[in-house]
Design a protein around this ligand. Structure first.
Ligand code: DX5
Ligand code: ZN
Length: 232
């Protein structure tokens, strides 16, 4: 059974004390750093930008998992990919020709992913799967941290996992949104390979970051997370 990977969502970190969070991740070890890029058009919010990505890449060798929630995404792919050792996920609705965009990500030296909006059926994306390294299943609407899980997205994780197994694809399933203490077992049971951890677990303000990270590791280190009857 593969170990579930962790990708802390830096938009949920304390922006005034970002270095402390990066030091914890560097010391304790996480698999990726999830960086949400928003343009106020595709999503009604702004968060982090390319200079932030470059600063983080100078500070740590942890691969950047850059989630592009921006229009005209093709224009910006080379710049984000030039950061190096990055994963770039795009929302296919933001580009005219998603397969061209995915090939542009790869030819620019990054790993290519698609991010699937909660409203969209998996069927829409199946012809893209041969071109991707990972799929980000959004379990909340893109644009904000702190939202509640959209329950029907759990079935999409399960459906994608079965399809990947059936086709023999080498694709990681990333889950992004309300990755909470309660939802983690359900998400992992459904087939999540990578958890984008934000305000409802890793950056849960009722705990200390390093303790929350240990708690997550403890949960994920269990041989078989207890099956959970329902999602919250
Ligand atoms: C939302 C972002 C998520 C967000 C997760 O558009 O893609 O990465 O930061 O935050 P939580 O974990 O609070 O849902
Ligand atoms: Zn994200």
């Amino acid at each position: 059974m593969n170990t579930v990977k962790l990708s802390p969502s830096l938009m949920c970190a304390d922006f005034i004390d970002m270095r402390s969070a990066l030091d914890v991740f560097q010391r304790e070890g996480v698999d990726y750093l999830h960086i949400d890029i928003m343009d106020g058009h595709y999503v009604p919010n702004f968060t982090l930008g390319i200079d932030f990505c470059k600063a983080v890449a100078r500070y740590t060798s942890i691969p950047l998992d850059i989630h592009l929630m921006i229009e005209n995404v093709d224009e910006y792919i080379p710049s984000f990919a030039s950061i190096g050792n990055a994963l770039l996920s795009i929302h296919p609705e933001t580009c005219y020709h998603p397969l061209r965009s995915l090939r542009l990500i790869k030819s620019s030296g990054a790993r290519a992913g698609i991010a699937i909006d909660p409203s969209m059926p998996l069927e829409t994306y199946k012809h893209m799967l041969p071109e991707v390294d990972f799929v980000c299943i959004m379990t909340v609407n893109p644009g904000y941290a702190g939202q509640e899980l959209i329950p029907q997205t759990i079935e999409k994780i399960r459906e994608l996992s079965a399809h990947i197994d059936e086709r023999g694809y080498d694709i990681e399933i990333e889950v992004d949104g309300n990755v909470s203490w309660k939802n983690i077992p359900v998400m992992v049971d459904a087939g999540a390979d990578v958890l984008v951890a934000g305000t409802s677990s890793l950056f849960d303000k009722s705990g200390v970051l390093s303790d929350n990270l240990s708690r997550m590791r403890g949960m994920l280190g269990q041989n078989k997370l207890s099956r959970v009857a329902s999602v919250c």
